[in-house]
Design a protein around this ligand. Structure first.
Ligand code: CUA
Length: 337
């Protein structure tokens, strides 16, 4: 017991993360995740029932029919017994039927294609080592790392990869689906409750696979319209002329801001308003954290996310003043929506 106690405590702690509304499959926050959760419950219940019944019969038989001292007789042979064979063929068939019907119904229902539905919001997702790009084809805007969606619509995703295979997953909303290079996968999700949900890469893709997070932010329809307008508004450059020139020559060679597309790196429009820097450095932990996070990220991105293609401050020949200026500008670049 003394040895088992720490193990149980550890497991309890581990499982306490299982109910998080922004992260957990076991706490569904939308109809897609709810249907998937219902399927999980049916299949686990049936499997648990089978395990319990089989083990109960097995243990009963072991005890009840064990060889008693002095008993030398041969037990009754049941090989080829039709009744028994019919029972253990029909029962699993029935169980599979009970499991199969709702599984097929749900899976085919969730595969409904909304890519041509005018009422849906269409988002093209491109996964890259180790970040996510979201292109809103209805609006001509592109953002990265923080997907913003209206709470009252179906979101039709087109998923592809810009490099290796990744997998798009928002555990408490639904998913997951692979993103492949040169192949488009489609799925839809709904985000009825406003809030920020954590997204994950669910396919081992390299050293920073576990750090390849993104956020999905569900907002009211009015707030979504404000966000779209803010994304399309002219980009805001650093106020300081030297920092602006540094930003233009060192950052905008790969990144983009404003209503333009991507230059191969995450679009930075309103980047200071995102929940994280680099998808894993959280900005809401303390006042000023965002600026610190940008400084950390710009200075040595390999330390934060091994294998990222973002060059370090040394590679970019940035002075400490330039790093500070850029961090301050980026942390302050927020959109009102
Ligand atoms: Cu991308 Cu794992």
């Amino acid at each position: 017991m003394k040895r088992i106690l720490p193990l149980l405590t550890g497991l309890a702690l581990l499982l306490s993360g299982c109910g998080r509304a922004d992260l957990s499959v076991l706490n569904p926050q939308g109809p897609v995740a709810q249907k998937q959760y219902d399927l999980i419950k049916i299949s686990i219940s049936i499997m648990a029932l089978v395990v319990v019944v089989v083990f109960a019969i097995c243990i009963y038989v072991l005890i009840r029919y064990r060889r008693r001292p002095g008993d030398k007789t041969i037990p009754k042979q049941v090989e080829g017994n039709h009744t028994l064979e019919i029972i253990w063929t029909v029962v699993p068939l029935l169980l599979l039927l009970i499991l199969g019907v709702p599984t097929i119904q749900t899976v085919f229902g969730l595969a409904k294609d909304y890519s041509h539905d005018k009422n849906a919001i269409h988002v093209k997702v491109t996964s890259r080592l180790y970040w996510w790009e979201f292109e809103y084809t209805d609006y001509g805007i592109t953002t990265a790392q923080q997907l913003v969606v209206p709470s009252n619509k179906k979101i039709a995703f087109e998923l592809a990869s810009g490099d290796v295979k990744h997998s798009f997953w928002i555990p408490s909303i639904g998913g997951k689906l692979d993103t492949n290079p040169g192949l488009t996968n489609r799925m839809y999700l709904e985000f009825p409750k406003e809030g920020i949900y954590r997204g994950k890469c669910a396919e081992l893709c390299g050293p920073s696979h576990a750090l390849m997070d993104f956020k999905a932010q569900s907002v009211s329809p009015a707030s979504f319209d404000r966000w779209v307008a803010a994304m399309k508004a002219p980009a805001v450059m650093p106020a300081d002329a030297h920092i602006a020139e540094t930003f233009r020559s060192k950052c905008l060679s790969c990144h983009a801001i404003g209503d333009q597309g991507t230059n191969g790196a995450p679009n930075l429009t309103g980047v200071g308003g995102r929940e994280t820097v680099g998808s894993i450095l959280y900005n809401d932990v303390s006042p000023g954290a965002a600026e610190d996070n940008f400084r950390k990220w710009i200075t040595d991105p390999q330390k934060v996310k091994p294998g990222t293609t973002m060059p370090s401050a040394a590679d970019n020949q940035l002075t400490p003043d330039e790093i500070n200026g850029l961090a301050k500008y980026l942390a302050g670049y927020k959109l009102n929506y």
